[in-house]
Design a protein around this ligand. Structure first.
Ligand code: NAD
Ligand code: LMR
Length: 334
């Protein structure tokens, strides 16, 4: 606990816990941006997870309160809330971030500025690029994993890059594709697991609905499902009318991804879609199903055949995806 950093530590009791603790493990998860619209519900879900024994919440505001609040939930994990060190102590570095990251098995970064109606994700680039860069510079000082091309460049500069341990979270696209296709086919969403490839912005999101068992869509249905998955984020941005973008569904998606990483670290074989450094296409990063083991990416699974409709989107996506990756790399190296 560090008073300067405003940290708060509180041990949770396992008594009265509503969740099974039989699978409880000793994993530390750090959430950076933990006071935000995604960060708070994501931290809540982590507090409930039997996979997590220590949860450290970091944000530039509000985390002592978030941690105090979460610490009253009777699960077996402890929770801390840290803020950046005050500027009056610059010689100490950012101790709040450092204590958050030390010993973390998984770092999840939902920090950033969300879109307002009329904005594209690219409009957020400058602000969010700076935030990711700062946070990943912090991560580079610790033996932990984090987020995508800016992150990769920052980690490379620090001599700490391990491509097997850097994942962009595209799970929300999989969640949306599963929800939309299950609704459309009258299936239980838990029986559907759509492969979504590419990236995470508009047409770079490509759901492979041709692989869903029993799928028989008209051209118009397929187009509607595909475009709705690609632009599901816009649907939420418009409905929130200036109050932000997806938070609850993203917290759920971030949690599922995090929990799967922890299962993989424990030795359970996991395959999930993620945006990773990849040789599958001529984009240096690409989202696709990835086999993850205790040391990170074990295998990027082959892409398999795309239907002619999917191939049309794939060809359209690639120049956009490559230029977005290049933009991140250039920013990190500027
Ligand atoms: P929000 O504004 O509610 O929360 C963001 C949090 O980040 C805030 O608490 C803020 O204080 C914090 N923050 C800002 N700068 C920081 C820094 N330097 N260090 C630590 N914390 C910092 O926003 P939100 O709705 O939670 O969205 C967060 C980000 O996630 C946005 O950029 C949004 O576009 C993105 N997003 C991604 C997906 C996805 O599928 N990948 C889905 C939804 C949203
Ligand atoms: C989403 O897909 O919901 C997120 O990327 C947030 C956004 O800007 O749409």
């Amino acid at each position: 606990t560090n008073a300067v950093a405003g940290a708060l530590r509180a041990a949770g009791s396992s008594r009265g816990c509503l969740f099974s603790t039989t699978a409880s493990s000793q994993a530390k998860v750090a959430v950076l941006g933990a006071a935000g619209g995604i960060g708070q519900p994501l931290s809540l879900l982590c507090k409930l997870s039997p996979e997590i024994s220590e949860l450290s919440c970091y944000d530039i505001v509000g985390t002592p309160g978030v941690a105090a609040d979460l610490s009253h939930i009777p699960t077996h994990s402890s929770v801390t809330g840290s803020l950046p060190s005050p500027v009056s102590f610059p010689m100490r570095g950012n101790m709040g971030l450092e204590e958050t990251l030390v010993g973390a098995d998984v770092v999840v970064i939902p920090a950033g500025v969300p879109r307002k109606p009329g904005m594209t994700r690219d409009d957020l680039f400058n602000t969010n690029a700076g935030i990711v860069k700062t946070l990943v510079e912090g991560c580079a000082n610790n033996p932990v994993n984090s987020t995508v091309p800016i992150a990769a460049e920052v980690l490379k500069k620090a001599g700490k890059y391990n491509p097997k341990k850097l994942f962009g979270v595209t799970t929300l696209d999989v969640c949306r594709a599963n929800t939309f296709v299950a609704n459309s086919m009258g299936l239980d969403p838990k029986d559907v697991d759509v492969t979504v490839i590419g990236g995470h912005a508009g047409i770079t999101i490509l759901p492979l609905f041709s692989r869903v068992n029993g799928a028989k869509f008209s051209d118009a249905e397929l187009e509607a499902l595909t475009v709705r998955t690609q632009f599901g984020g816009d649907e939420v941005v418009a409905a929130k009318a200036g109050a932000g973008s997806a938070t609850l569904s993203m917290a759920y998606a971030g949690y599922i991804f995090t929990e799967n990483l922890l299962k993989a670290i424990r030795g359970e074989p996991i395959v999930q879609c993620a945006f990773v450094e990849s040789g599958l296409t001529d984009a240096s990063f690409f989202a696709s199903p990835v086999k993850i083991g205790k040391d990170g990416v074990e295998e990027i699974l082959p892409l398999g055949n795309l239907s002619p409709y999917e191939k049309m989107w794939f060809d359209k996506m690639m120049p956009e995806l490559k230029s977005q990756i290049q933009k991140g790399v250039a920013f990190a190296n500027a």
